[in-house]
Every structure is written in structure tokens, then in C-alpha cells.
Write a protein that binds this ligand. Structure first.
Ligand SMILES: NC(=O)c1ccc[n+]([C@@H]2O[C@H](COP(=O)([O-])OP(=O)(O)OC[C@H]3O[C@@H](n4cnc5c(N)ncnc54)[C@H](OP(=O)(O)O)[C@@H]3O)[C@@H](O)[C@H]2O)c1
Length: 285
């Protein structure tokens, strides 16, 4: 299986590193493209066996799976460039570009798609076979939304698809599980997922920043406070992930009647903590 990553920058690079580190792909089966020699050289330095090139067309032609990882505003131009070299009967297309929908991808890859869809509707009404060109193929498309923790292979990644079989969805899920946790969702849940997991990184950072500032007021040096808070948050998440417990169960374990933890929690709630988090999530969506 050959994978082409079109646009191997931060996200494309994280995907490539995940695929290699997990042993999912041999580097020689991954083709990476970028715009500048500088980025291509960094990829060569990372792994000399990677197939590295500026040629998107050749990369697309040679791949079984094409991962589009350029900035969203370049997606239209890149698809137009590679379209003549893409075989939709054979290849799967995955886009990680934020805000580019499966419908956008369909129309960019098959510009006459609406016409074919109309023909299928008419054929169904007239109870006949649709008259579609020999070259027509229903594209197998994936819209994938990782978050910035992909950099350390700890992404939360949402996967929505169109025209894919269960096996193809599972294959793509496995590919992205190399950069962290994955969840297959209906596309309509992507905005909510983006708020919770992509913007969620920033929300979690704000808690961490606030706790560091509090730690300094309590007497720790900033560097010490940062390390304490970062490890505390990591430990809290690890407790939940390893035991599958609800946060309130873990809270109960550290909250004694009339003790200091409940005093702290109640002071935070009086300042609107839970409400602030929920309002922030809703505003981001
Ligand atoms: N970074 C994240 O955490 C994150 C999270 C979720 C989704 N995404 C999505 O991932 C995509 C990439 O974001 P990024 O942060 O990785 O951006 P990035 O670091 O700027 O990477 C984009 C890459 O695309 C290359 N490129 C630009 N034009 C190209 C072309 N015509 N042909 C081939 N390659 C081209 C650039 O090459 P040069 O380096 O040579 O200029 C660069 O390496 C975006 O659509 C973004 O929405 C990113």
C-alpha cells in the first residue's frame, strides 16, 4: 500500500512520523510532497527512505491512498492539479484540511457530480439504469480532523466518510490511530468535535495557565508551578483513561467532609467554572 501525503508540513509530517514509528508503513511506501526544498530536506533528514518530491501529480498517480494536508485555501488548486492523475475507482482520498466538507471534496474531485446525481434521481423515477459515463466512479472520501497533539502522537482525531465501505473506514481509522485516539463520526458532529478536541486543547491550556499563576501566588517559582500543574493534569487524565471512571468518582476520592478540596471546588464553582467551560464550548461550535 502506497500513501501519498500532499503537503507534508506540521500535520502531514506528524502523520508520516506516526505511520513510521508505529511500523504501520515502510518509509519507502510513503511519498511526501511539499512546496519548498527546505521542507523536503527536513523530511529526507528524518528518514532517508521516504520518497520525497515536489511533484504532486506523480505522487497522486503512484498512491493507493492520497492524504491532502495542505492549508485549506490551497485544497482547490491542489485537487485541480492532481485530478487528471487520480483514479477514483482505485484510490481513497483523505483530507485533513479544516472546514473542507465531504461535499466540497466531492465537487472538487468530480466537477460534474451534480449532473450525475440528477441523472441517478431521474433514472430511479423512470425505473431505468442511470446513464453515467464509463469513467464515472463514486469517490471514496474521508474528512479527518486531528488536533495539534498529533505532533506528539496524542491527537484526538475525528473521521467522517462518504462512499467508503466498513473495511475502508477501519483501514483509515487504523492509519490515524498511529497519531493518537480516533473516533469515527457522522460529518454533522465534526463542528462539535472540533470545539471539544481542537479548541479543547486551548481550553485545557487555559486551565493549566490559570493553575500555574495560582501556584506562583501560593509560593512556587513559575517553572516549578508549571511542572507541578502539567504532571497533575497528565495524572488526572491517566487516572480516568486507565480506570474508565467518571471524574466525580476520582473527585470523591480526594474530597473529605469539611476538607480543603471541597472548599476549593466550591470556590471555583462560585466563580462560574463549569458554566464558563460549557459556554466556551458552545461559543466555539
Ligand atoms: N497543524 C495542526 O495541528 C492541524 C490540526 C488539524 C488540521 N490541520 C490541517 O492540516 C493542514 C495543514 O496544516 P499544517 O498546520 O500542517 O500547515 P503547514 O505546516 O503549513 O503545512 C502545509 C504544507 O503544505 C505544503 N504545501 C503548500 N502548498 C503546496 C502545494 N501546492 N503542493 C504541495 N505541498 C504544498 C507546504 O510546503 P512548504 O513547507 O514547502 O511550504 C507545507 O509543508 C491544514 O489544512 C489544516 O487545516 C492541521
Amino acid at each position: 500500500m502506497t500513501i501519498a501525503v500532499i503537503g507534508t508540513g506540521n500535520m502531514g509530517g506528524a502523520i508520516v512520523r506516526g505511520l513510521i514509528k508505529s511500523g504501520t508503513c515502510d518509509p519507502k511506501d510513503i511519498i511526501c510532497t511539499a512546496k519548498t526544498e527546505n521542507t523536503l530536506n527536513k523530511l529526507r533528514q528524518y528518514d532517508a527512505s521516504l520518497r520525497v518530491s515536489c511533484d504532486n501529480k506523480e505522487a497522486a498517480r503512484a498512491a493507493d491512498i492520497i492524504i491532502l494536508a495542505v492549508k485549506p485555501w490551497f485544497i482547490g488548486d491542489v485537487i485541480e492539479e492532481i485530478r487528471p492523475f487520480v483514479d477514483l475507482k482505485r484510490q481513497m482520498i483523505i483530507s485533513v484540511a479544516a472546514g473542507i466538507t465531504l461535499k466540497d471534496l466531492t465537487h472538487l474531485l468530480v466537477p460534474d457530480y451534480e449532473q450525475y446525481e440528477m441523472e441517478r434521481i431521474m433514472a430511479e423515477a423512470e425505473e431505468r439504469e442511470p446513464r453515467l459515463p464509463e469513467s464515472f466512479a463514486e469517490p471514496v472520501l474521508f474528512r479527518v480532523v486531528p488536533n495539534t497533539a498529533a505532533e506528539v502522537l496524542e491527537s484526538v482525531t475525528f473521521i467522517a466518510s462518504r462512499g467508503a465501505t466498513g473495511e475502508q473506514v477501519e483501514l483509515v481509522r487504523q492509519l490515524f490511530s498511529t497519531i493518537g485516539y480516533t473516533m469515527v463520526v457522522a460529518e454533522k458532529l465534526i463542528p462539535a468535535g472540533t470545539s471539544l478536541a481542537s479548541c479543547g486543547i486551548a481550553f485545557a491550556m487555559r486551565y493549566i495557565r490559570a493553575a500555574i499563576e495560582g501556584g506562583v501566588e501560593l509560593g512556587f517559582r513559575p517553572g516549578e508551578a508549571a511542572e507541578i500543574v502539567e504532571h497533575t493534569v497528565k495524572g488526572a487524565a491517566a487516572l480516568l483513561l486507565s480506570q474508565g471512571t467518571h471524574p466525580e468518582v476520582e473527585i470523591d476520592k480526594v474530597t473529605t467532609a469539611g476538607g480543603i478540596t471541597i472548599k476549593g471546588l466550591n470556590a471555583m464553582e462560585r466563580a462560574g467554572f463549569t458554566n464558563a467551560v460549557i459556554e466556551g464550548l458552545k461559543a466555539s461550535k
